[in-house]
Design a protein around this ligand. Structure first.
Ligand SMILES: Nc1ncnc2c1ncn2[C@@H]1O[C@H](COP(=O)(O)OP(=O)(O)OP(=O)(O)O)[C@@H](O)[C@H]1O
Ligand SMILES: [Mg+2]
Length: 419
């Protein structure tokens, strides 16, 4: 069920040989760079190679590569030749290959072949372009970096070398852009798993088995699938997918990323430590994030309207970074007009939105909201005074510490607010 890595390496090696250009049949493809043309072996070709004085030929037939070598040379040459192929193809892969985005498709034939389709991954998002508290951003970066270097550490512990992130927050707050930034930061491929196209639990296992090492395996909107039951996969299937038991058999070094709008309605089993290692909250826009957006979208470091914008944020109004970004792009030729439009939108939509989406649960029924929804800087308690907000943040900050201890998982948002 797994992809044969040696087959892939030999193919890369053979495709890198210069005499491909001289062969009778080669397939031509456009490459990633402008004007680049890439040559690929045509099936049924015989490829001649020589190594340490031995003549070697490869026959490429029906997805099988047959190696022919004289018996007299075999013992002397075969092992070093295969090692040579390994190192050449690794080098070639690193240099040539751009990142890929893989998406799963419906298995119409039921034969489980070619379940992933891929296209070049060219999303321009980076950590620099995401508006987010810089402290939090740096924590995520160093977390990713130390994960990528921790192979020995995970093995010593007898653990699968994987790490799982939950990105949660309202729509348009940058979760998908953040995933792209993670992939670009690590140079990992992205496997974007659409649960509605998975036929059952075993299909899900199979899809995971077909992912490659150094990849981000992503399930967006997991809370929606679970609440709408719009997938044929069972909760148990998702849990074992998250545990990634099987991924240990195919190379590891995977990062799983799940996104949700809210995490308070999902089964706690999904969120337990080990299944989700890092929780990152994506809030609606606050004044700091607004300034980052104004800088990148309008080139503004400061403006006479900023104090007014700050005041509106302090009063609790907020929109998502996506909404604010759109207003800025639409008015990018006139920064003053852009800011006035944003102010206007914050005063109208912003107020209503904050109260509707986030404030209502905590204000109206008086019950304690789950910790992650409370204390976020972007206007949950939009109708309360600033002091009241501070007091509540302190209280819920305390609760959050307790809840973190209990769960032992790593909530970057909480830590950021605590520290
Ligand atoms: N924090 C942010 N910093 C910079 N740009 C942002 C941010 N949040 C959103 N945007 C911009 O808004 C658009 C939508 O963002 P994105 O798709 O990442 O949001 P999302 O949280 O994944 O939303 P949804 O939950 O609806 O999928 C993107 O073009 C992105 O550039
Ligand atoms: Mg998204």
């Amino acid at each position: 069920m797994q992809r044969n890595q040696l087959y892939h390496k030999v193919l890369v090696y053979l495709n890198s040989l210069t005499f491909i250009e001289d062969s009778d049949f080669t397939n031509l493809f456009t490459g990633k760079k402008p004007n680049e043309i890439v040559l690929h072996l045509d099936p049924n070709q015989i490829i001649e190679d020589d190594f340490l004085g031995a003549k070697i030929s490869w026959i490429n037939e029906d997805k099988t590569l047959v190696l022919k070598i004289r018996k007299a040379d075999k013992r002397r040459v075969l092992r070093p030749y295969l090692q040579h192929i390994h190192s050449v193809s690794d080098e070639f892969d690193d240099k040539k290959r751009g990142l890929k985005l893989h998406v799963n498709v419906v298995d119409h034939q039921g034969d489980r072949k070619e379940r992933w389709r891929s296209v070049p991954f060219t999303h321009p998002s980076s950590f620099e372009t995401i508006a987010m508290e810089s402290d939090l951003k740096n924590k995520v970066k160093s977390d990713l970096y130390s994960f990528a270097k921790a192979k020995q550490y995970y093995h010593r512990l007898g653990r699968v070398w994987k790490r799982s992130y939950l990105l949660y927050g309202p729509s348009g707050t940058g979760k998908s852009s953040f995933i792209a930034a993670m992939a670009n930061f690590l140079s990992y491929d992205v496997y974007d798993l659409d649960l509605s196209k998975v036929s059952d639990d075993s299909d899900l296992k199979f899809l995971l088995l077909q992912t490659t090492t150094k990849s981000l395996v992503v399930i967006e909107d997991l809370d929606r699938y679970l609440s709408e039951k719009s997938t044929a996969v069972s909760l148990q299937g998702i849990l074992s997918f998250m545990d990634g038991i099987l991924s240990s058999s195919c190379g590891e070094e995977r990062i799983m990323v799940f996104t949700m709008n809210r995490k308070d309605h999902v089964d706690p089993a999904i969120l337990r430590p080990g299944r989700i290692d890092v929780h990152i909250h994506f809030p609606l826009c606050n004044f700091t994030a607004f300034k980052t957006l104004a800088n990148s979208y309008l080139g503004l470091k400061d403006h006479k309207l900023f104090p007014q914008v700050e005041e509106i944020f302090q009063n609790g109004a907020s929109l998502s970074p996506a909404e604010i970004g759109e207003l800025m792009i639409a008015n990018r030729n006139s920064p003053s007009r852009a800011l006035k439009t944003v102010i206007n939108a914050l005063q109208t939509d912003g107020d209503g939105r904050g109260a509707l989406n986030l404030g209502r649960g905590s204000c109206e029924n008086g019950s304690r909201k789950p910790v992650e929804e409370i204390g976020e800087p972007s206007g949950v308690f939009c109708k309360e005074g600033a002091n009241a907000v501070k007091e509540l943040k302190k209280l819920y900050g305390f609760l959050r510490v307790k809840s973190c201890r209990k769960s032992q998982s790593f909530d970057l948002n909480s830590r950021q607010n605590e520290g």
